[in-house]
Ligand binder design. Structure first.
Ligand SMILES: [Zn+2]
Length: 424
């Protein structure tokens, strides 16, 4: 006994988190307005311990050499659908919802998650499963438990819309078939409130609603749509969501959808392709975010116009000056792609950056939309989307300088998530 005590005193057992030093050729930390040049990141366990100069790197330390690369925070995509693999046409959508079982779709989702992570996305807000019920909660769980590689996930489960307003439409197939729906359908305020409670009980981090439909161009060149919810219904959804300390994301394409969703308490407007200045002013007044998902609009609008639905193309053609105005006004624009609306394997999510720069952001603003601004939207500022002391060690590296050429964001050569190297 005496000997044992002596041993414990001589060799105290202390769990020491492994320390790794990442030598960065050029550091963009997600917060600063300029790149920080040559720096080194000290990673201890899952967290960033400190940022130091190259001269302070201890000899014989465990190092990762990215001294010729640009290093950035892991990226955040605020609008994805991992349970969907591209749906330009209704046929593509129906084929997945009708012919693929939810377990099969979850397996495909696991591939989408790996693709996203390898492309530098270490966090995603997945805004509904398109008929795959609560499978996003399982995907998130599998990632968190280390079963599959993937980003840290914030999930919205089923999405909510009112009766008859979301695919698969009642009239699209024989009326005696009861077609599955891509969302949870509600009628009236009580059902809306119940749907929110139900989704949260199954693990929803966010509530997603489809605020409008039936988009059209008015004679004065502006856009209109039909609000899907009654004032009582949307108030019930927002009240139950916010009271439960969750956040509300609203798909809304035109001012008719955007304004009432924001007034009800939506934290983010998804797409908003037919947005106007009144929407921008209310976004700012409410401290809400716009997630414009331009690449998916670019990807689907031509195809949908050919099939007779021209409103997407018309809104897309009017979007560029509106986007520029929103940037100038200081609207909080968070990066979102709608990946899953396009095939995960065909387009890299980082293509979205090029649209933001082409439409009026500086390259640094575009990067911040997927780092600190996105972290703000998720209410995770200080934990993700930045390379700073105490944040999670979610770190990526790319070839070249994205401030010179934003397309460099599409060539991710290194990914660390939670202090673990996922790609090198
Ligand atoms: Zn979407």
């Amino acid at each position: 006994m005496k000997n044992l005590l002596l041993l414990i005193l001589l060799f105290p057992v202390v769990a020491v988190a492994q320390t790794t030093i990442i030598k960065c050729g050029n550091l963009i930390d997600g917060k600063s307005e300029r790149s920080l040049g040559k720096k080194a990141i000290v990673v201890e366990g899952k967290l960033i311990k400190e940022i130091i100069d190259w001269g302070k790197i201890p000899a014989n330390s465990n190092q990762i050499d990215l001294s010729s690369k640009t290093v950035l925070p892991g990226l955040i995509d605020c609008h994805t659908h991992v349970l969907l693999q591209g749906d330009i046409t209704a046929e593509e959508y129906d084929a997945q919802v009708l012919k693929e079982s939810i377990p099969y779709r979850a397996l495909r989702a696991s591939v989408a998650c790996k693709t996203a992570l390898m492309n530098g996305f270490t966090t995603m807000r997945d805004v509904e499963t398109e008929g795959a019920m609560y499978a996003d909660v399982d995907v998130k769980k599998a990632i968190n438990n280390g079963i599959i590689p993937g980003p840290r996930m914030y999930v919205a489960t089923r999405g909510i819309n009112t009766y008859g307003h979301y695919p698969i439409g009642n009239g699209e197939y024989s009326w005696d078939l009861h077609m599955p729906k891509g969302i949870q359908e509600v009628n009236g305020a009580e059902e809306a409130r119940k749907a929110v409670r139900e989704q949260i009980s199954y693990g929803a981090d966010w509530i997603k609603i489809y605020a409008d439909r039936g988009y059209y161009k008015k004679s004065d060149g502006t856009f209109g749509s039909i609000p899907n919810f009654t004032p009582e219904e949307i108030a019930a959804v927002a009240d139950e969501t916010i009271k439960s300390r969750k956040m509300l994301a609203a798909h809304a394409m035109t001012p008719d959808g955007v304004l009432y969703a924001l007034k009800a308490g939506a934290r983010s407007i998804e797409h908003g392709t037919g947005i106007n200045e009144e929407c921008m002013d209310l976004l700012i007044a409410k401290g809400a975010f716009w997630v414009p998902t331009i690449m998916v609009v670019d990807y689907v609008s031509e195809g949908r116009a050919k099939l007779g639905s021209v409103s997407y193309l018309q809104m897309y053609q009017a979007l560029q000056p509106q986007f520029k105005k929103a940037v100038q006004k200081g609207v909080k624009i968070a990066f979102g792609t709608d990946a899953g609306g396009f095939d995960w394997q065909k387009l890299p999510q980082s293509r979205e950056f090029s649209f933001y720069v082409k439409y009026g952001m500086t390259p640094m603003q575009a990067i911040q939309s997927a780092t600190t601004v996105a972290a703000d939207l998720l209410d995770k500022r200080g934990q993700i989307g930045e390379i700073s002391k105490g944040a999670f060690a979610d770190i990526i590296a790319i070839e070249g300088d994205p401030l010179q050429k934003i397309e460099a964001m599409e060539k991710v050569i290194f990914v660390m998530k939670d202090g673990k190297v996922e790609k090198q």
